[in-house]
Design a binder for this molecule. Sequence first.
Ligand code: F6P
Length: 355
Amino acid sequence: MRIAVLTSGGDAPGMNAALRTIAVAGAQRGHSVLGVRHGYHGLLEGDVTALDYAAVDGITRSGGTILGSSRSAEFPTPEGQKRARARVAELGIDALVTIGGNGTLTGAHLLGTGESPRPCLVIGLPGSIDNDIGHSGLAIGVDTAVNTIVEACDRIADTAQAHRRAFVVEVMGRACGFLAMRAGVAAEADAILYGENNMSDDELVARTRTVLQRCFAPGGHKKRALILKSEGVKMSTHALVERLAVHLREDAPGVDIRETVLGHVVRGGNPSALDRMVAQRLGYGAVLACEDGAHDVMLGWEVPGGFGDKTPDHSIRRVPIAEVLAETARLLDGTSPVIRKRMELLRQVEDLLAI
Ligand code: F6P
């Protein structure tokens, strides 16, 4: 088969590990493997390169994506889809593996369901630090992002403690609070603010003030306070800190408050061992899925409720992309049971945070 692979949307650590596995497993199983540069934009331009052993040697350990990525505005349009299908036919691609998040999978589904001059299988792999992809317990990049946040918080805690300061640290995740939740617990944050519980600005301020009062109560042992805030919280970090600062003298006498927005720091860096392993297993699964003629499916990793089914690899399940997109929408609007479970778990540990 002629298998093409692309990475699209926000890059995620571990994408390279998936690319290497697809290239090597593909070649060893008798396929020719092409890399499409810069995501769907590159597909429209026919910008492809051979993914041979030399191209992928040693890339497992590096962050980003050797193929480059993009967010193409043209690809999802009817004209873009027509051009993309013509390009796929011209390049003689039998199967296209797309690695990315919600936008990437939406694009893959569009491409996989429309009429095409040449049949081409479409397989998706979940790759996004946000962990907001339906039917996948984990996506490529999430574990590294969590570790990066924890490391950054540990560093901030050192300096915060030295100066008896409170810090509000904002982390990526788009509308999804997973990164803040998981990293916050691991970093021993005093409070975790996330968008899924739709708190108003006043509620956020009141909740955070209570935490600061508790942390810096007279006679207390605390030398720092760490508030982890997801970018999905509507109130801006700056506005929150400004409002907290107004009451700081009464809530936490002698304490200073600062903000740090980690931004794209969270998305880069060498992938963790877990991300490499997940990416390798998904990459291998993608080659097998192509051989099986699977189409318009995403390979979910540790699909909630997916254990014990009949798939040979119980960690991976092929889920129709349409179902993935529907569940992703529920994750984003908060109606998915997965979100309720995440919030419930966090509520259980919340009292252990600010002591
Ligand atoms: O989806 C991954 C992500 O890093 C989000 O966490 C973040 O909101 C967004 O991408 C940033 O996108 P960009 O790099 O295009 O600004």
